[in-house]
Design a protein around this ligand. Structure first.
Ligand SMILES: [Ca+2]
Ligand SMILES: [Ca+2]
Ligand SMILES: [Ca+2]
Ligand SMILES: [Ca+2]
Length: 480
């Protein structure tokens, strides 16, 4: 047996050695596998931490961009004027290893799908707290039901408007709540209203950038569902605000002359005047000519003779429904009117709420203004584009519309803006860590104030393909 065993030992040794080799090979493969596995997870960890770091960086850049926005708005050459993007914004700004963009909306062409950079004027939108039901109904994508629900949400009473909704309607829902019966504080409240749907509010613009993204033009292949017609069908959220208001003061922050206060009113004390009916309550009986202050202003700006001519042209009865009506009735030239419009008002209110800036409003919003309507909105935009140097007062609207139409539009319009949305997007180093925040900045008081902020980072990249390519180039050139 032993001999047999001795004889067979070389073979046995060989097979033992082969066995050991196989074990070693397996162990080696295992070790390499483990090393690869750990290496891979380390790499993932590393990438994740780079992204996290870039994200923090982007957040800091956004805070900086907000301060930059304050600076531009505070040092705006003429208060109440929309800052011209040509004066401050290139399509992006590279800062400290990252960069940011201010995504705006092109006021003369909302259907253009190239990103437009700058601020978004809140006065270019319809104010949910002041717009009439008819104006709301004129918005694209709006339904009668939602327009009525908006009126009921903000009005103090609990009487249901036709097709509207008060507390009783909201109490019948699975999740019950009361109707607000007070002004909107944010456009997000629209989500709570009866008749509001994702489609009415946001349309095809799922990432709320005002641009047509690939998933917004591919039908049902990816969310949102869209009609694949190559055009972005916008929701009403693009066209509404709750923030627009302008201080009823002149550029020196002094009180304006109320042109509806006649000579008899002017001699009364402020207390006496404020007990009277509001200026908009309709024609006052027995008004005796225009206020002495106004005559003095006209004399000072023009001449005694011209002041008299204007005075004679003006009606002696009734109130002016707006400055535009005053302008039309006065027979002044647009140039003359632009010299005094900052000094006069038709109201004593501290703020003029919800006026729409006809210099910045898109066609869709202009179409909601009585007297303009969908039949004149395109002509208004056309005139505005071809007369960009003569838009310094509301007078230009009278050039486009019939007299009666202009008088109808007068109470709803302005050429001033004091609230702006800064839709700020940023990336950190290597173009990573995309973040997006929207701020509404109000400059109607001494210092700019943020009225609203919303994090839209979850919607992801929102600047289209070309900017992404530019970003890639910038990364390649190691500027990021
Ligand atoms: Ca109500
Ligand atoms: Ca979009
Ligand atoms: Ca789609
Ligand atoms: Ca479409």
């Amino acid at each position: 047996m032993n001999r047999t065993a001795m004889n067979s030992s070389p073979t046995r040794n060989q097979s033992e050695q082969a066995f050991v080799l196989i074990i070693i090979l397996w162990i080696s493969v295992g070790l390499v596998g483990a090393a690869l596995f750990f290496g891979h997870s380390m790499m993932l960890e590393y990438r994740a931490s780079i992204n996290t770091l870039a994200g923090y960086q982007a957040e800091k850049i956004i805070e900086g961009a907000l301060q930059y926005s304050f600076h531009i708005l505070k040092n705006n050459e003429e208060s109440g004027q929309m800052p011209d993007p040509a004066d401050f914004a290139s399509n992006w700004a590279v800062v400290d290893g990252g960069c940011f963009w201010l995504l705006g909306r092109n006021p003369s062409n909302t259907s253009n799908n190239d990103p437009y950079f700058g601020f978004i004027d809140e006065s270019s939108k319809l104010n949910l707290n002041t717009a009439t039901q008819e104006m709301l109904e004129s918005l694209p994508n709006m339904t009668e039901e939602l327009a009525a629900a908006i009126i009921d949400w903000r009005d103090e009473d609990s009487d249901e408007t036709e097709n509207g909704a008060e507390s009783s309607a909201y109490q019948r829902q699975t999740v019950k709540y009361e109707c607000k019966n007070a002004p909107f504080e944010s456009i997000d409240e629209l989500n709570l209203l009866k008749g509001a749907s994702w489609n009415i509010l946001y349309g095809e613009d799922a990432n709320r950038n005002g641009l047509l993204d690939p998933n917004e033009n591919d039908g049902d292949r990816s969310l949102p569902s869209d009609d694949q017609d190559g055009e972005l069908d916008r929701g009403i959220i693009e066209f509404v605000t709750v923030f627009s208001r302008e201080p009823n003061l002149n550029s020196e922050s002094s009180e304006r002359i109320n042109i509806n206060e006649n000579s008899a009113d002017s001699s009364q004390t402020d207390a006496g005047a404020s007990q009277g009916p509001p200026a908009s309550s309709g024609p006052s009986a027995g008004q005796q000519g225009i206020a002495q202050e106004l005559v003095d202003l006209l004399t000072e700006k023009f001449s005694e003779e011209r002041a008299q001519e204007i005075q004679q042209a003006l009606p002696t009865q009734g109130e002016f429904s707006s400055l535009l009506e005053f302008y039309i009735r006065s027979g002044m030239t647009a140039k003359e009117f632009a010299e005094i419009d900052d000094e006069i008002s038709t109201s004593d209110d501290e703020y003029l709420e919800g006026l729409i800036n006809i210099n910045t409003a898109p066609e869709e919003v202009l179409a909601c203004i009585p007297g303009i309507g969908s039949e004149n909105a395109a002509a208004v935009v056309q005139y505005r584009s071809s007369h960009s140097n003569s838009l310094d007062s509301i007078a230009w609207l009278a050039e486009v519309l019939e007299e009666e139409q202009a008088i109808q539009a007068g109470p709803f319009i302005t050429v001033k803006s004091y609230q702006y949305t800064a839709d700020i997007m940023a990336v950190g180093h290597q173009g990573k860590g995309f973040r997006r925040m929207q701020f509404v900045i109000d400059v109607s008081e001494d210092d700019p104030v943020v009225r609203y902020r919303r994090d839209l980072s979850r919607f992801g990249w929102a600047l289209g393909r070309e900017v992404r390519m530019d970003l890639h180039d910038l990364k390649e050139s190691q500027e990021l």
